[in-house]
Structure formats: structure tokens, C-alpha cells
Design a binder for this molecule. Structure first.
Ligand code: URA
Length: 435
């Protein structure tokens, strides 16, 4: 195989055969294809797309060479949820333990931050001692024991995605329907699930900014699941403002803990309950939407869901005392309040500059080898449509130093738009797609 001929064919709008996709992925994993050539191929896919046959072949090629989680003879139903990525999207941290506390097993394999969006694994690693790098055997054993594991993609599962994900993050090759679909589905198909719920985000803070493109991505992944025998339900949800109030790794863990304790922001709770309802229905753990919501709400109110998160933290080597005392999470060196200059109605809280600022402040990666700072980020207390008065404090910036504070304050100045009249935000729950 001469790799550049594959790049050229894709660049010119041609199709690669299943054998070529298999060979390309195998050669990349074997170290025979350098990152710059793979980046060029990925960029050609961003521009040219993939045919349905190529998408199936790429997904299968990414699954191949990896292992699968096995849960033979395990009595509980297994489901997972995956988000296409957003700003302030800490739903997984709440949903994994919440659904597990309702008697459904959740082997939740998550990713790191991608582009301007945060990643569940980076968030979890802000909990002192928390180990996300479980082996597959450890993850499976933990799911069998306590019903939930929150772990990072290992080299054992969909190894091509693990490498491609990190490469795409730093080469501008994330926003592509087939690349996102193959990335997500190759991982999820390896988890040994009985059902999968997808949260496909849309709006300026998502990779698919247009709802119609998000719905197309959702349909693509539902169809991929169908062709591979995995029942998939996708919700398209709003990402034209940050979800919840906190953005940034440790800050989001703190907000997830509050939500598990029944004190979370309304939008985060609404999205979590909608996705959780789909998970319980897919698992057969509830017969109706009403019953599913009742069970989830009861698990939150009784403290069972929060206790389950404590068990998960403990099992993965973390300090579960954070549950009682979130002050044990790493804290930022510098904090500053942001106030609106003039009064009026909040027209917009644009998630994109907020997510980009978290990366610029050190909370995400600009190069593959970057370490993330768990402490930096924002807490923004207003939503589109809220009325504010002049000089009202509406956000806090958490940073390493004065330079970080300046980046954060500048980003808030661009993100928060105040006017005389409101702007219609996207409905929180936009669409539901199933096979
Ligand atoms: N999440 C993933 O796992 N992969 C993508 O490509 C985008 C979001």
C-alpha cells in the first residue's frame, strides 16, 4: 500500500475499499504511517465525506485489532451513554452512577477533551487519586461488582480511535460526521452493551453547529448501530449555551456532585433525566417514561446515586471524601468576578469562546503532550433570557494567574451578549431519533 495514493484518492472525491481502510488503520497502528500522512487523510475525509459503505468499513477497521468487553452470563442489562461533546457537559459524571443506582450496569468508557470541548476523563482525573486507566479486565470486574466503571479508552479497545482521537484534536479534523460517527461507534460497539444512548449536541459550542447536521450525525450513528446489532437511541440537545453553570474540569466535578445531591442546575438535570430515561427504557429497567423518571428522581432524592458515585471513586483509587467535601478538589490560584457593564436581557451566552478560553487557560490541550490544569474555568450564573442590572456580577473566572484571568475576562466579554430584547435559544431537547 502506498499511503499517499489513498490520500490522493480521497482528496479527489474517490472511495477507498474496505481492504484499503483495514490496511490504512493497521499500518497506522503498526507505526508505518506517520501522523502527518494520517492527518492529511483525515482532512480529506473532513472535506469529501465517506459513503455509507466506507463508514461501515472504517468503523469495522477501527474496531479490529482491539478487544471487546465481555459480560457473558452477567445478570444485569448493560447500557451506556455517549455525548458528541460540548461545553460544561458533565452529564456522564451524573448519569453513570445515577443509572447504575437504578440497577442497570454502566461500563462507561469516555474520552479526554477534544478541541474546545471538555472530556469526562480529564474531569474525573481532577478527583485526587482517581485512576481512569483501568485495564479491560479491571473495568469488567468493577462493573460486575458495583455496576459502574468510569474509565478511559485503553489501548486494548478500538486502538485506532485512541490514536486518531488525539490526532484529530490538534489537527482541526474533528467536525466531520463520518469521523465522529466512526470514532464513537467503534468504541461503543466494543463495550459489550445491550443498548446505547447518544447525546448529539448542536449549537455554537458543539462540533455540529446546525441542528440539521446534528440530526444527520444522530441518524448516521443510529444506522451504524442497527447494522451492527446494537439498539441505539439518540437525543439531539442544545449546546448554544454552556450546560449548567460550571465549565472546567474540577469545577464541573463539583457541579456534578451537587446534581447527584439533588441541587443541580435545572438544565443539567433536565438533560440528565431525559438521557437516563432512555437508558432505563433501553435496558428494560422501566416500562414507561414516567416510571423511568420516577426511579431516577427517587435515586437522586434518596442519596443512592451520590453514594454510587462514592463507590466508583473509591473503587478507582480516588478520595471519595470529595462527596462530602468538594473543597478537597484542586482549587485555582486566582479567582475574579465578572460583572456586566450594562443592564438588560441576556441575549446570548456563547459556549464557544468559553470552551476555547478554558483550553487557552491551560484546562485543555493545544498539543498532544500538553498536561491539563484541573483548576481553571468558569462559573456562569446567567442563561439567555435572564434580566440583569448594570454592574451585576454574573460569572467567576478561575485561573492559574493574572494572565489566565485576563483571558477568561476577555472571553466572557465576548460570550455574554446583553440587549434590550432576548434571543430565542434552542429548545434544550431538540429531537429524538431511534432505529
Ligand atoms: N466524541 C468522540 O468520542 N469522538 C469524536 O470524534 C467526537 C466526540
Amino acid at each position: 500500500m502506498v499511503f499517499q495514493t489513498l490520500i490522493e484518492r480521497k482528496r479527489d472525491g474517490g472511495e477507498l475499499s474496505p481492504a484499503q481502510w483495514r490496511a490504512a488503520m493497521a499500518a497506522y497502528l503498526a507505526g508505518e504511517v506517520p501522523d502527518y500522512q494520517m492527518s492529511a487523510l483525515l482532512m480529506a475525509v473532513v472535506w469529501r465525506g465517506l459513503s455509507p459503505g466506507e463508514l461501515d468499513a472504517l468503523t469495522a477497521a477501527m474496531l479490529a485489532g482491539g478487544q471487546r468487553l465481555r459480560f457473558d452470563d452477567y445478570p444485569l442489562p448493560l447500557v451506556d451513554k455517549h455525548s458528541t461533546g460540548g461545553v460544561g457537559d458533565k452529564v456522564s459524571l451524573v448519569l453513570g452512577p445515577l443509572v447504575a443506582s437504578c440497577g442497570v450496569a454502566v461500563p462507561m468508557m469516555s474520552g479526554r477533551g477534544l478541541g474546545h470541548t471538555g472530556g469526562t476523563v480529564d474531569k474525573l482525573e481532577s478527583i485526587p487519586g482517581f485512576r481512569t486507566a483501568l485495564t479491560l479486565a479491571e473495568a469488567a470486574a468493577q462493573v460486575r461488582k458495583i455496576g459502574c466503571a468510569l474509565f478511559s479508552q485503553t489501548a486494548e479497545i478500538a486502538p485506532a480511535d485512541a490514536r486518531l482521537y488525539a490526532l484529530r484534536d490538534v489537527t482541526g479534523t474533528v467536525p466531520s460526521i463520518p469521523l465522529i460517527a466512526a470514532s464513537i461507534m467503534s468504541k461503543k460497539l466494543a463495550e459489550g452493551l445491550g443498548g446505547l444512548v447518544l447525546d448529539v449536541k448542536t449549537g455554537s459550542g458543539a462540533f455540529m453547529t446546525e441542528p440539521a447536521r446534528a440530526a444527520e450525525l444522530a441518524r448516521t450513528m443510529v444506522a451504524l448501530g442497527q447494522s451492527q446489532g446494537l439498539p441505539v437511541v439518540a437525543l439531539v440537545t442544545a449546546m448554544d449555551r454552556p450546560l449548567g453553570r460550571a465549565v472546567g474540569n474540577a469545577l464541573e466535578v463539583e457541579e456534578a456532585l451537587a446534581t447527584l445531591a439533588g441541587e443541580g442546575p435545572a438544565d443539567l438535570l433536565a438533560v440528565t433525566l431525559a438521557l437516563g430515561t432512555e437508558m432505563l427504557l433501553l435496558a428494560g429497567a422501566a416500562a414507561t417514561t414516567d416510571e423511568a423518571r420516577r426511579r431516577l428522581t427517587e435515586a437522586l432524592g434518596s442519596g443512592r446515586a451520590l453514594a454510587k458515585f462514592g463507590e466508583v471513586i473509591e473503587a478507582q483509587g480516588g478520595n471519595s471524601a470529595v462527596i462530602e467535601d468538594p473543597g478537597l478538589l484542586p482549587q485555582a490560584e486566582a479567582v475574579e468576578i465578572f460583572a456586566v457593564p450594562a443592564g438588560g436581557i441576556v441575549r446570548r451566552v456563547d459556549p464557544r469562546p468559553i470552551g476555547e478560553a478554558v483550553v487557552a487557560m491551560g484546562g485543555g490541550r493545544r498539543r498532544l503532550e500538553d498536561e491539563v490544569d484541573p483548576t481553571v474555568g468558569f462559573v456562569i450564573t446567567v442563561k439567555p433570557g435572564d434580566r440583569v442590572s448594570a454592574r451585576e456580577p454574573i460569572a467567576s473566572v478561575f485561573a492559574r494567574d493574572a494572565d489566565g484571568i485576563a483571558i477568561g475576562m476577555e472571553a466572557l466579554g465576548r460570550a455574554v451578549v446583553i440587549g434590550e430584547t432576548g434571543e430565542e435559544p434552542l429548545p434544550l431537547l431538540i429531537d429524538r431519533i431511534e432505529g
